[in-house]
Each structure stands twice: as C-alpha cells, then as structure tokens.
Design a protein. Structure first.
Length: 510
C-alpha cells in the first residue's frame, strides 16, 4: 500500500460526481435484492477450495471494453487456468473437453442473462505413441509437427426470462493457439497467435489460446497484508505466468439493448459435466477480486455455483467487508463506517449517469457503457482519474484494478481520501494494439542457454524428427546423424543416445 501518482482535478471531479450518485441512490431500495462485489486485491486465481483443485475450469479474470481500434465493437476477454508455468510440459495447457465456457450478457440490468456465447473444445492427437506435445518445429496451426491440437465451436444462445428462445452455431472447428513450448519448437509464435484469430459473420472475431496473464499485482497480500510491514510490496506476482484466454469481439449493437440503453452487464461461467452427463456450474467471475477477498471461506464454493439474480445471500459480505478491518488492525488505517452502501452502489449497480442501467437489479456483474468511446490516453485508475472509459466502467487490460479497488474499499468515495496501492502499476508485457489485444505468452525455453550452444534452432529441433510416425520422413538415422554436425562433442553424445533409443523403439514396432 504505497502512495501513487494522481491526476488531481479530473479525478476529484468524477469522484465528487460518484459520491453524489451514491448519496442519491442509497441501499434502502436494494434491501434483500442487493448483493455482492469487489473489494480488494487479487483477481480470482485459486479463489475457492473446490475450484482451486481443477484449474482447467477456474476463471481467473474477465475484461470488457469498447475496442480501441474499432469503437463500434465491444471486446470481451475471459481467462482460465491460473499460474501456467510456461515450461510445464510435456502435458501443456488445454481447455477441458467436458466443460462449457460461457460469456454471459445482461442487456437490461435485471440480473438475468439475455445472451450466452458458449465455447466448447475438442482435443486431437496425431501420434499417441510419443510423449511430445510437438514432434518438430511448428510453423502453422495445421503443421503435422504439432502433435496435440484443440478446436472449438461457439454457440449463441438467446434467452427471455431465462428460457432459451434460439440457439445458433456461429463458429465450428476453429483452431486454438497452442501453448508456447519454446523457441526451438515454435520459432515464430506470433504467427501462430495471429492464425488463431478467426473472423465470424457480421464483423465479429474470436480467439482462443494461450496468452500472457494480463493481470498485474503483488499477490503476496495473503502474507498478512504484504508481510505486515510492506516488506513484500511492489513485485508483480504473475510476471512470467500464462493463462488460457478466450476473446470475442462483437458489434456493440449486438449486445446492447438499444441506442438509448447501451449499458450491458457481463460475466463468465464454467459448467462441468458430471457423472450423470449433466452440466453443473463450477466457476463464475464478473468483477475482479470478489470471491477471492470479499467472500469468506463458507461462501466461496457456493458463490461459484450461484447466479447474479441470487446475489442477495451475499449482501453482508459487501456491506460489512472484512478487508478494511484487517487493514485497520495491521496498519492502523481507520476502516470506513459500515454498512458500506458506497460499495453496493458502485460495484453492484454501476455508477449513476455512467454505467448504471435503468431499473437495475443490484448484482455482481462487470458493467460497461458501450456508448463511451475509448480514451486516447487511458488512465490506469480509470474513473478515479477522470477516465470514464475505464474501470469500473468495464475493465480494460491496462486498468490498475488493485489500486482503484483498494482506494474505494478504504473509503475514497465517502470522504476518506487515500493514495493506497500495491506499487505494481502496469503489466510486465505490452499489450497488443489489435484484437485480441492480450500479450503473447511467455515461452517455455526462456533462460540461459547451455554451455557451448548457440541461440539458433540446434539439435533440439531435429530430435523431434525421430518421433514422427513411420513413413512420415526419409532416413531418420541419416537425419539424426546429420544433426550432430556442428553440435560439438556434447551434441554428438546426445545424438548417439537418441539414435540408440530410436532404434530400440523401431525394433519394437513402435
């Protein structure tokens, strides 16, 4: 919790406006129908006991923003599989085949989804007689050397009062960008990433695959609030880790209720097929940080299985949040008075005259006003710094939601001005300027090279040739021997060992 630079006048004016909206709105009307959100400091990485054991189904973050280079469209990015270690092979990171990955949209503020974009995945393996993810350098998504691949379908489900009125398949058998094994395996990963961007009808686009985890923060808050003396603040915990990302860009007119009512609520869910063949929701995410640091342990698994329309059951977790009391106990910063009606209004309803839909039902969603154009120079604190195109009006990849949320939780909007933050102000990698905007994943082969090895695609690339199915190449022995040329003594030993292994496997009718 360190001081941060501010953009004074613009930030104060919007904060004043928000405070006025809070005073006018109040919680009385919400009563038992209100509910749950945000407050503190980490996104939903390993946020609940059950889902932490099944990372393929675990939502980590949701982003929703008006596309900076196509302002008539809205981009939704949702991520799964927290803390992907780039070198974590040979079974690299895939989407689950027995899951439904959903992007849900509430068009009218009634806490019920009106549109569902459902992603389902299939895994394909070319050669099951090898342990390798790829059997040589991969140059395209249909490269025969990419041994394990995934494809996906997208179904658009339109609902009225929670009943499906239509189901339309809008994408079929779209290839997924693979895990970034390393430079020898994928010498031009950016090309693979670009090939995974798929055009849909009506000007929409989709992407699914590995990406750098875009969330930036010092996650060591769980060591009794940064070690109890701020000794652990200022390190981006997620630096170097990847996630599995789904991105969808659609015309804003497709998801908004009307030109007069452009505010949408967005969240993601994961449904997993159970033993009886039915799908059960096991993960849910809208605003960042909610289930991780707002809900106590007794509510975390229940929240992941719940829906926005049932959020009243979690109201006390928001109006009487635990985090400010912990900060007061450790750092002697007085906690704002309870009940915290300011949190309910900002995070459950949206800010009046900014991203609050008319006749809103308070519920935990990421709310976005699709009519607000992208900022030419985005402010990392979004609305708190006078940038109405940023968090909590949706969430951009560059928004510093930790600092913004922490300041609001500590009473920024109810008179307790503060400059609290975690001293991590931006992602370790630059985001792309076009869809899907996420940064390329960190490669598995990062780190220093072995002694005597240059930086090119050396013997490591050729070793994979030996593992192709019979008939897929010429003389494997010749290719392996040729690979030893220029590899040095260590390389010759390695080639010899590989050649002996290959001959043993071939003799066993491998």
């Amino acid at each position: 919790m360190t001081p941060i630079s501010r953009n004074g006048a613009g930030r104060r004016s919007i904060a004043t406006a928000v405070c006025g909206a809070l005073a006018a709105g109040g919680l009385a009307a919400a009563g038992a129908t209100a509910l749950e959100p945000e407050a503190a400091s980490a996104s939903s990485h390993r946020e609940a006991p059950l889902i932490s054991g099944t990372p393929q189904y675990d939502n980590t973050d949701v982003y929703a923003f008006v596309s900076p280079d196509k302002p008539d469209t809205t981009t939704i990015v949702a991520n799964w599989v927290p803390f992907e270690e780039p070198a974590g092979g040979p079974n690299f990171f895939t989407f689950a085949e027995d899951a439904q990955y959903d992007l849900r949209v509430d068009r009218d503020g009634d806490a019920q989804e009106d549109l569902v974009f459902r992603y389902t995945f299939r895994t394909h393996t070319k050669n099951k007689k090898t342990f390798l993810y790829n059997t040589g350098p991969v140059e395209s998504l249909d490269d025969p050397d990419l041994n394990v691949t995934q494809t996906y379908d997208i179904e658009l489900i339109k609902l009225r009062h929670l009943k499906a009125v239509s189901k339309t398949k809008v994408a079929d058998d779209v290839p997924v960008a693979p895990s970034n094994v390393g430079k020898a395996s994928m010498p031009d990963y950016a090309a693979l990433h670009e090939q995974a961007v798929h055009q849909l009808a009506g000007g929409a686009r989709t992407f699914a695959g590995q990406a750098d985890d875009p969330f930036f923060l010092d996650l060591r808050v769980f060591d009794l609030l940064y070690g109890g003396n701020l000794s652990e603040v200022g390190n981006d915990t997620l630096k170097g880790y990847n996630v599995n990302s789904i991105a969808l860009q659609v015309p804003s007119s497709l998801i908004a209720e009307s030109h007069e009512q452009p505010v949408v609520g967005i969240w993601s869910t994961t449904q997993r097929k159970n033993a009886r063949g039915y799908f059960t929701q096991v993960s849910r995410l809208g605003n960042p940080l909610v289930n991780e640091v707002v809900n106590p342990l007794k509510d975390k698994d229940r929240f992941n299985a719940s829906t926005p329309r049932d959020d009243a059951r979690f109201l006390k977790n928001v109006t009487n949040p635990e985090l400010p009391r912990l900060i007061e106990a450790v750092y002697k910063i007085p906690a704002p008075a309870e009940p915290r009606n300011d949190l309910v209004d900002v995070f459950l309803k949206g800010v009046k005259d900014l991203n609050q839909p008319p006749r809103v039902t308070p519920s935990e969603q990421l709310r976005l006003n699709t009519s607000i154009k992208p900022a030419a120079e985005p402010e990392r604190l979004g609305v708190l710094d006078g940038d109405t195109a940023g968090f909590p009006n949706g969430r951009r990849l560059t928004d510093d939601v930790i600092d913004a949320a922490l300041q609001v939780v500590e009473g920024e909007l109810v008179g307790s001005k503060n400059d609290l933050g975690d001293a991590v102000d931006e992602n370790d990698k630059k985001f792309e300027t076009s869809f899907p905007y996420v940064a390329l994943p960190t490669e598995g082969s990062r780190g220093p090279l072995a002694k005597g090895v240059d930086g090119g695609n050396d013997v490591r690339s050729q070793l994979g040739d030996a593992l192709r199915p019979a008939g897929a190449q010429g003389s494997d022995d010749t290719r392996l021997i040729a690979a030893s040329a220029g590899a040095g003594a260590g390389g010759i030993v390695l080639i010899g060992a590989a050649l002996m292994w290959w001959r043993r496997m071939r003799n066993r009718a491998y």
